[in-house]
Design a protein around this ligand. Structure first.
Ligand SMILES: [Mn+2]
Length: 429
């Protein structure tokens, strides 16, 4: 069976309910989860149903919290695969639209639609929003405009435009809802500002980028677009040298950007949803997807706050030497919500983290929160962070999992050293 067919069964289940039925939607707290939940909500509303969305973290009490409610249909989206065996308790029909590692035992009240069951790579070719989009199209094929939100989710989960994802973006472009443009990375009111604020790429030592620009004869307060060809080349080659010195070998100054007819730059929307998710403002992210007029400004402020926090932490991290084991590098962060992004940026842009080993960020919460990032080369060489964290964490009474390239977990504080030892063994090849 193909994903689209499975989605059709799920939509048949929905459409068998009388109109105005209130459907419970549970989404995962990240950009993909917010986009995915919004896609489902919009499709429902258009088909005449009411909905109630909650965006949730994965945690041991997820099902217990929902169990207390009275629902006729619950749709889990971008979340749920880890809870299938508990869903019998929910005493109503359940649809799970997901792309995370699937489980085999599916209770009879659950219709389980996971991209991985239909020949798709759930880390690259279909995310939560992609599966939600398949569902929305099954409900009504006019829902192609929701490809904009699906692409936002695909970007959020850092997936490729391959497999089903490719189909979505092509459909969106074909129907005139999405436009593809090649753009330079430099955004902002001035070059100085865009270099100082940039996170991808992140430039070390650019607390004040003015002197760097002046040294190469470029006026710091003009915009990138205002540079003539010669100065543009000069700037790009100076920045390339700078990034090479930082140990970064993948340098691209232009990228393919997708624009949505209703949403604008979808990379930017994805970054806003991500910031909303990280700063506990998922509701604003949902409002943004539902095109509430005030949500864009609110999301912009949240995005700025989030990016400021990351920059502040990166400035600190620039000055630190990480801890090193045989098979990985690690460091400590104060803010658990930033652990993943900081691990990723450190791995890519900070010279002292470039040792060809995956990077782990540890944050003390009630437990120790762990986030890890690898690069594609490491994954090609056989590193699987999701598996390594899962095994090492379970050995010390914690939990963990995720993708080969990005993963996370939680372990008891008193087991920190045992966990690090176990992890070192798991990553041994
Ligand atoms: Mn996802």
């Amino acid at each position: 069976m193909k994903l689209e067919e499975a989605a059709k069964y799920a939509s048949d289940l929905l459409l068998s309910l009388p109109k105005k039925t209130k459907v419970r939607i549970i989404g995962h707290v990240d950009a993909d989860g917010i986009a995915a939940a919004s896609i489902v909500a919009i499709a429902l509303a258009r088909a005449g149903y009411r909905f109630h969305i909650s965006i949730k973290k994965t945690g041991p009490d997820l099902i217990n919290e929902i169990e207390k409610e009275e629902n006729e249909l619950i749709i889990f989206v971008d979340i749920g695969s880890g809870y299938l065996n508990q869903m019998e308790k929910l005493k109503c029909n359940v649809i799970v639209l997901d792309h995370h590692i699937d489980s085999k035992d599916i209770p009879s009240n659950v219709m389980y639609v996971n991209a991985r069951l239909y020949g798709l790579d759930g880390s690259r070719e279909a995310c939560g929003a992609s599966v939600a989009y398949a569902f929305a199209i099954a409900v009504d094929e006019e829902n192609i405009d929701l490809s904009q939100l699906a692409v936002t989710g695909i970007i959020g989960d850092k997936q490729d435009f391959a497999g089903y994802n490719k189909k979505i973006v092509e459909e969106g472009i074909g129907a005139g809802f999405i436009e593809e443009r090649e753009e330079y990375l430099f955004v902002g009111r001035s070059l100085k500002e865009s270099l100082e604020n940039s996170l991808e790429p992140y430039f070390t030592g650019f607390h004040n980028a003015a002197s760097f620009l002046e040294e190469i004869g470029i006026e710091p307060h003009i915009k990138f677009e205002e540079l003539d060809e010669k100065k543009r080349k000069k700037l790009l080659s100076a920045l390339t040298v700078k990034l090479i010195e930082q140990g970064c070998d993948e340098i691209e100054w232009k990228k393919t950007v997708y624009y949505g007819k209703n949403y604008g730059n979808l990379f930017d929307i994805s970054s806003k949803l991500n910031a909303c998710a990280r700063l506990n403002e998922a509701g604003i992210g949902i409002s943004l997807c539902l095109m509430d007029k005030t949500a864009m400004d609110k999301a912009e402020l949240i995005q700025e706050k989030y990016r400021d926090e990351i920059r502040k932490e990166m400035k600190q991290l620039e000055k630190k030497e990480p801890y090193e084991r045989n098979n990985f590098i690690y460091f400590y962060v104060d803010k658990p919500a930033l652990a993943g992004v900081l691990a990723g940026l450190a791995l890519k842009y900070l010279p002292q983290f470039k040792k060809g080993k995956p990077v782990f960020a540890l944050a003390y919460n009630e437990l120790i929160d762990i986030s890890a990032r690898a690069d594609e080369k490491m994954v090609e060489n056989g590193i699987n962070l999701g598996l390594a964290i899962k095994k090492a964490a379970e050995k010390v009474g914690g939990i963990g999992g995720g993708h080969p390239i990005a993963a996370g977990g939680k372990v008891p504080k008193e087991k920190e050293n045992d966990f690090l030892d176990a992890l070192d063994k798991e990553l041994e090849r």
